[in-house]
Design a protein around this ligand. Structure first.
Ligand code: C2E
Ligand code: CA
Ligand code: CA
Ligand code: CA
Length: 281
């Protein structure tokens, strides 16, 4: 058993070693990625479940690496967070998203993901204010998406940050709701306008015997009582859409309406002055 164990160990450790090398290489490349123009935004419509009207659009960052091709934010955002690169990247995303959103019809909002690392930095309100000022976007057209993990930090600092962001007049959405390890007590004070129901609750909701429909119904009841909107994420099929509508979720985001697309493609939806998308399963 000892020999086997050793063999396994060295295999495992060389795997780990390789993963660490790739990570270090990516971290180095990430330092130059912004300056080289390798970062791009994709936009995914958020649709009113009843009217099919686009009410908002989420900005999702993509990195086209010169050798490795397109790298998912699920891979490079954690690296950026650890390497202290999330700050310039986050600021770039915010500015670019606000700049593009100025061109969208009417009241359409832009949603920008904010890393807990950004949220913990007291300069965040200044950066947000400056992005709004330079682009001329009205504050209530910007929605910051924050995850429950921000409530694991110092609660006085967290409260102060919410107050400062609220004072700017931007909207706040609670992302990936129900997937963190946080308690619900933060809902007593945190001023969220919207709860985003994580796609893990949606995925099996239409499967017979699934409890996820009941969980989604409970989240909707909670949100309605607290006067918050709801968005169901990751809706892929017409069956899921039908269920989500039945459960009174107010907004929908997912491939059934649109994948995240380039800005030019997003604007095609708006061309005829219509900002309505037909679902397709
Ligand atoms: P998220 O904020 O929960 O974003 C939703 C993710 O679900 C996106 O993945 C989106 O492309 C994907 N998605 C949307 N509709 C569907 C669907 O119908 N089916 C399936 N299977 N997936 C769908 P993406 O773009 O890979 O982003 C992953 C995560 O990376 C995001 O999760 C967010 O946490 C983070 N992220 C993306 N852009 C940024 C950013 O600019 N800043 C920060 N801090 N994080 C970002
Ligand atoms: Ca998000
Ligand atoms: Ca999410
Ligand atoms: Ca997520």
């Amino acid at each position: 058993a000892k020999g086997n164990g050793r063999g396994r160990f060295s295999f495992y450790s060389s795997d780990l070693h390789q993963a660490a090398e790739i990570r270090r290489a990516l971290e180095d490349d990430l330092r130059d990625a912004l300056a080289r123009g390798e970062m791009e935004l994709r936009y995914q419509p958020v649709v009113n479940a009843k009217s099919n009207m686009v009410t908002g659009v989420e900005a999702l960052v993509r990195w086209t690496h010169p050798d490795r091709g397109v790298i998912s934010p699920g891979v490079f955002i954690p690296i950026a967070e650890e390497a202290n690169l999330i700050w310039p990247l986050g600021e770039w995303v915010l500015r670019k998203a606000c700049e593009d959103a100025v061109n969208w019809p009417g009241e359409t909002r832009v949603a920008v993901n904010v890393s807990p690392i950004q949220f913990a930095n007291e300069d965040l309100p200044k950066i947000v204010a400056s992005a709004l000022a330079t682009t001329g976007l009205a504050p209530d057209r910007l929605e910051l998406e924050i995850t429950e993990s921000v409530f694991l930090g110092d609660s006085a600092d967290t409260a102060k940050m919410f107050k400062a962001l609220n004072a700017l007049g931007v909207r706040l959405a609670l992302d990936d709701f129900g997937t963190g390890y946080s308690s619900l007590s933060y809902l007593q004070t945190a001023p969220f306008d919207k709860i985003k129901i994580d796609q893990s609750f949606v995925r099996d909701a239409t499967v017979p015997g699934s409890r996820n429909g009941a969980i989604i119904a409970a989240i909707v009841a909670l949100a309605e009582a607290l006067e918050m909107e709801t968005t169901a994420e990751g809706i892929e099929s017409l069956d899921q859409l039908e269920l989500i509508r039945k459960l009174n979720v107010s907004h929908v985001q997912g491939y059934v309406y649109s994948k995240p697309v380039r800005h030019t493609e997003l604007l095609e939806h708006a061309e005829a002055g219509s900002w309505i998308i037909k679902p397709a399963g």
